[in-house]
Each structure stands twice: as structure tokens, then as C-alpha cells.
Design a binder for this molecule. Structure first.
Ligand SMILES: [Zn+2]
Length: 467
């Protein structure tokens, strides 16, 4: 009789322990350990994807010179955004984890990309949807997959890795997409699909498969905001590349970010618009992120930010109103609430503006989350504009970080920001005085106004004759 072995796993980071512990020694989270069955002793020697059906070949050591293909030939997809975040196409034998919240559009994006690959045979494995559901989804996005013949695109709705690898050995696909890693189960482990030990073992089977056959594999994995679904975090160190697909579900824009990449930079970023016909790559994001309007309204300021390595002009909207209830409200969307409170405190202390009795609402247009601190200056100006109920000049934009003592601090890549603002037809950009020496000799057609302090910004915007 075989002995069943169990272990305790941290559901947050995947740390394994022989006994239950209250706090995880690895990630310091409390109450995250769950007991899971791991494997029968009988199966232990058997754990390779190749062993599903035939005996394994033994590996022998070889000379480095004998290793073929030192020049990597990447697979280029028809999606320029995806090629870019991968560092220039798909690397053969690479294993890529695509993480994102459920319903954000991961399946749509990769189904679409799989269908668009013409000369590469693709196996799309789904444990989430039926064949009919996938067919219906594919039919809906005909417009985005117009060039596709569908002749090289295979579908498999299966969750057992044993059956999946038997099928892979028959079909020999050149690219494998798995949707999602949480639905997979390997017969080597008895725990349920989605548990830490299952996810880890299934992913490692795919990792060995990718390396041994030089076939690239995309693993789609779900995450939730509170991290209640185990998965992507545990796999981060096992895969070559981690992509994160993010965005507000209620808005059309999605960002594909590189969190880790063994084959390229992690500063890359892809932007998509989600349409009813699939994902459309956005080539010029600044144009779509700025609202088209007939007249300038108060409380709106444009920030010249950098996301990854791409300059991006983003609209900041603020609404400052008299507080009706005792406690003033502070509500943000796409911006850090504590950062807003800090900026309000700076305005209160250094500028003498009394936000204490006001409700403040702040919104970054398009549902995009901005991490670049250079957006501070635009947020501050949007707040001031709404506070004064005076629209800002429509041809001005902002790039600067705001310090605690009310100073406007320098930001990086200033030339790129100014260049993008100029390209979009802005006439003036407000930047930190300390950016002046970083400015290249390059002549811009846009007027660069430098400011050092919050008070100066206010005077420039509301008192100067330039308005
Ligand atoms: Zn942990």
C-alpha cells in the first residue's frame, strides 16, 4: 500500500512546511497555511512530462560547442504591443506567465494572438471554457483576426496534464497557450486543482517540456486584488517572463506590463483598447487618453508622464466642493489616496488653501493607474483649478514631483516628456526649475516654463498676464 504524504503550503507565497505554522516565515502573512496532499510514494520516480505514455530517455552531458542554435530566432506575432513587452517577439523554449484579474481580457488577448499566428502551429488548452464558448468568442473578434485562416490553430479543452502531454506529443505544436494554470491537475499529486502544490507541479511539467523541446509556453494565471487565489506569485521564480495584464474593468483601456524578463527589458509596456471585437493595440495612447472637448473646464490638468519607457499624456480631473457632511470626503480613482492627502496637506500648509472643509474627488481619465510621481504637479494644478473654479489654459501641460516643503522637484527623461507634449500640440509645459540643467540643447517649439515652489505655480496660473 502506498503512503500518502501531505505538507502545509503558504497560499500567498508557496512556502512549504512539514507542520502548520501561524505566520509564514517567508512572506510574514498570518493564517495562510493549508494542508495539501502531495504525492503517492509510488509516483515519485515518475515525474516528467515525457513519462506519460513512454519511458524517459536519459540525458547525457554534451560539449557546449555541440549545443545548436546560439542565435535565437524569435517568433514575431502580429501584435506589436505584445512583441514589444516580450522584448522583441516570443523566444523559443521560453515559459511566460500572464497574470491578471479574472475577466480583464487575458483569454481574449491570447486567443486573438494565437489565431493571428499564420506560420506557427498553436495549441490552445482551455480548462475554463468549452469548445463552443471559445468558438463563439473567436467569431466575435473576426475583425481583429481578419488575416487568420485558422488552419494552424488547435483547441483542447482538458485539465489533466497527462492527457495534455499525450496530445502534445502527437500534435507537436510550435506554441502552447494554457488558460489557465489554476485549472490544471497532474495525476502525480492528489491535491485539488488550484492548490499550491498542484499549480507548482503542473507549471514545472510545462517548464521541463518547454526547455526540452524548445517550444514556447504561455501560462495564463488569475490573481485577485487581495491575493485570495493562489498562483502567479508562486510561479514567478519558475518562469522566464512575467507579464501583468491590468486595467479597470469598467474602462476600455488595458496595460500589459513586463514584471520580469530574462530576454529583455522590464520597462516595456503595451496598451490596448478592449472592444467588443477583441483587443486593439493603441499606437498613440496620449491621443485617446485626453478627452476631446469644446471648451476648457475647471479642475482638469494634463500630466506628461512616463510609463515604462513610453511618454504618455494623461488627463487628471479634480472636483473640490464644499463639504455637506461633517467629515470631508477624499475619493480617488487611479491615484494613491495617501498621495492625494499629502498634496492637500502641502497646499494647506505652504499655500494657505483650506481644503479642510472641502470634499475632494480625483480621477485619472481612462481608468489607468499611474505610478510615475511626475503626475503630482498636474494633480496639484487640477486641485487648484477646481478650488478657484477657473479653467487652466488648454494648451498647457505639467511634469513635476511635489515635495513636502512645497518644492517642485525634478523628474527623469524630461526631454522625452517635452517632446511628447510638443507632438500633441501643447504650447507650454510647466517643469521643475531643477530640471533646467538636464534639458538638452535641443530646440523645442514648445515654451518650457520652470517653477521652484507651489506658490510660484499658483501665481503663474492665476495671477500672471500670460493667461
Ligand atoms: Zn508565505
Amino acid at each position: 500500500m502506498s503512503k500518502v504524504k501531505t505538507a502545509y503550503f503558504c497560499q500567498n507565497c508557496g512556502y512549504e512546511s512539514v507542520k502548520w505554522v501561524g505566520q509564514c516565515p517567508s512572506c510574514s502573512q498570518w493564517n495562510t497555511f493549508v494542508e495539501e496532499l502531495i504525492q503517492n510514494e509510488d509516483n515519485k520516480s515518475n515525474n516528467s512530462w515525457k513519462n506519460y505514455g513512454e519511458p524517459a530517455k536519459s540525458n547525457r552531458s554534451i560539449l557546449l560547442n555541440e549545443v545548436k542554435g546560439s542565435e535565437e530566432r524569435r517568433i514575431l506575432t502580429t501584435d506589436a504591443e505584445l512583441n514589444r513587452v516580450l522584448g522583441g517577439g516570443i523566444v523559443p523554449g521560453s515559459i511566460v506567465l500572464v497574470a491578471g484579474e479574472p475577466g480583464i481580457g487575458k483569454s481574449t488577448l491570447f486567443l486573438q494572438n494565437g489565431l493571428n499566428l499564420k506560420d506557427v502551429s498553436v495549441l490552445y488548452i482551455s480548462g475554463e471554457e468549452s469548445e463552443l464558448q471559445i468558438k463563439m468568442r473567436a467569431d466575435r473578434m473576426k475583425a481583429q483576426t481578419a488575416g487568420s485562416t485558422g488552419k494552424n490553430f488547435y483547441l483542447l479543452t482538458e485539465t489533466s496534464t497527462q492527457i495534455i502531454f499525450q496530445e502534445i506529443k502527437k500534435l507537436k505544436p510550435q506554441l502552447v497557450i494554457v488558460d489557465s494554470v489554476q485549472t490544471l491537475r497532474t495525476p502525480l499529486i492528489d491535491s485539488s486543482p488550484g492548490s499550491v502544490s498542484q499549480i507548482r507541479e503542473c507549471a514545472s511539467e510545462f517548464q521541463r517540456f518547454a526547455k526540452e523541446t524548445n517550444t514556447p509556453v504561455f501560462l495564463i494565471g488569475h490573481i485577485t486584488k487581495d491575493g485570495s487565489i493562489a498562483g502567479p506569485k508562486i510561479l514567478e521564480h519558475m518562469v522566464d517572463t512575467v507579464l501583468q495584464f491590468e486595467g479597470d474593468r469598467h474602462y476600455a483601456y488595458r496595460i500589459l506590463r513586463t514584471l520580469k524578463n530574462r530576454f529583455g527589458s522590464t520597462d516595456e509596456l503595451g496598451i490596448y483598447e478592449m472592444t467588443d471585437k477583441g483587443m486593439r493595440g493603441v499606437n498613440n495612447p496620449s491621443e485617446v487618453l485626453i478627452t476631446q472637448k469644446d471648451e476648457q473646464l475647471s479642475g482638469i490638468a494634463i500630466a506628461a508622464t512616463i510609463e515604462g519607457i513610453r511618454p504618455l499624456l494623461i488627463e487628471v480631473q479634480a472636483l473640490v466642493t464644499q463639504s455637506v457632511y461633517g467629515t470631508p470626503q477624499r475619493t480617488v480613482s487611479g491615484f494613491d489616496l495617501r498621495r492625494l492627502q499629502l498634496l492637500l496637506a502641502v497646499l494647506e500648509k505652504r499655500g494657505g488653501f483650506h481644503f479642510g472643509l472641502k470634499d475632494v474627488f480625483l480621477n485619472i481619465a481612462g481608468g489607468i493607474k499611474v505610478e510615475d510621481p511626475s503626475i503630482d504637479l498636474a494633480v496639484l494644478c487640477a486641485l487648484l483649478s477646481s478650488f478657484e473654479d477657473t479653467p487652466l489654459h488648454e494648451e498647457i501641460c505639467f511634469a513635476g514631483e511635489v515635495g513636502l516643503s512645497g518644492e517642485i522637484r525634478a523628474v527623469n527623461r524630461i526631454d522625452q516628456r517635452i517632446g511628447e507634449a510638443e507632438k500633441l500640440g501643447f504650447k507650454k509645459i510647466l517643469v521643475s526649475k531643477y530640471n533646467q540643467k538636464g534639458l538638452s540643447k535641443q530646440k523645442f517649439n514648445i515654451q518650457v516654463v520652470t517653477v521652484a515652489r507651489v506658490e510660484e505655480v499658483y501665481r503663474y496660473l492665476f495671477n500672471s498676464s500670460a493667461q
